[in-house]
Design a protein around this ligand. Structure first.
Ligand SMILES: C[S@@+](CC[C@H](N)C(=O)[O-])C[C@H]1O[C@@H](n2cnc3c(N)ncnc32)[C@H](O)[C@@H]1O
Length: 277
């Protein structure tokens, strides 16, 4: 791995940075195209790209705010850097709340400014958490960061380069895998199924990810397995998940979870990795 490796440009709940080496130990020995239908911060994608393992990739996430930022970084990194280094983006309370209103009222000039605001909130908002209300309005208060790096210019350029091999979409996971073929590799990292009814953060988008969605996902997993696509899935070790994937190889791995809306849920947790190869 070289030093100037691209890394996730956002902190993201469920981000896989802490688990990356374990995931790498479990990828298929070779594969054609790569698909990540719940890409989030994209930790595994950027690592695979840096290892030279990506030929072509299909990255998807249902969060439209995040998707817009991916698109802008891919197409217009210079404009985004220029915007983020302008005087608007200060880590100050009154400015933060003014910009939050501007964002929620869609008063940004264009998608570049929208992406810059999204990145600014991620660096200055409480815990770097993206949370929206039922109207998709961003409602996170300002965080307590002293001197956040609002614009990481080098990383934006590296990420933009890494995204040249990726097609980006913003759909439900069940609609993006028609082009997955034998020998491709699909990595699913869905919102975690809660271990108990109060324990988890699953609100990445205005729609919750429910038990029904976990069951829908299992059906997609099985269809891919029948097509001899390599599939890896990570999730919480909740009984529903271990049962759904009981026909596949499961490994229990340790992960450090940095972002959770409940502080007692940060720290070490176990995850299940289910593979079909
Ligand atoms: C656990 S996170 C992925 C974390 C990612 N692997 C990382 O390293 O940052 C789950 C992602 O699924 C997305 N998501 C939620 N519901 C979805 C759906 N129905 N289809 C596709 N993506 C969805 C969320 O927006 C979130 O980014």
């Amino acid at each position: 791995m070289c030093d100037n490796a691209p890394k996730p440009f956002v902190k993201w709940a469920g981000g896989k940075r802490q688990l990356i080496n374990t995931l790498l130990d479990n990828i298929p020995s070779s594969f054609s195209n790569y698909h990540e239908p719940f890409v989030g911060g994209g930790a595994l994608y950027f690592r695979l790209w840096n290892e030279g393992l990506i030929k072509k990739a299909y990255l998807n996430d249902f969060n439209e705010h995040l998707y817009n930022t991916y698109r802008v970084i891919k197409k217009n990194p210079d404009e985004l850097i220029e915007e983020l280094t302008s005087s608007q983006y200060k880590n100050e309370k009154t400015i933060y709340y003014k910009l939050r209103d501007k964002y929620n009222q869609k008063r940004y000039r264009d998608n570049t400014e929208r992406a810059a605001l999204f990145m600014y909130f991620n660096k200055t908002g409480f815990n770097g958490l993206w949370r929206v209300n039922s109207k998709d309005g961003y409602n996170v208060p300002i965080g307590k960061y002293k001197n956040p790096k609002i614009c990481d210019e080098d990383n934006i350029r590296l990420v933009s380069e890494a995204l040249k091999k990726a097609e980006l979409t913003n759909r439900d996971f069940s609609t993006v895998l028609d082009n997955a073929k034998t020998k491709d590799f699909v990595y699913f990292d869905p919102p975690y199924h809660p271990l108990s009814s109060t324990s988890n953060f699953t609100t990445y988008t205005k729609l919750d990810f429910t038990e029904k969605d976990q069951i829908r996902l299992k059906e997609v997993y099985v269809a891919l397995d029948l097509k001899k696509v390599n599939v890896m899935l990570s999730n919480s070790p909740a009984p529903l998940i271990t049962q759904l994937y009981s026909n596949y190889k499961q490994k229990l791995v340790d992960a450090k979870r940095m972002i959770n809306c409940k502080s007692e849920l940060r720290g070490n947790v176990s995850e299940i990795v289910a593979i079909n190869y």
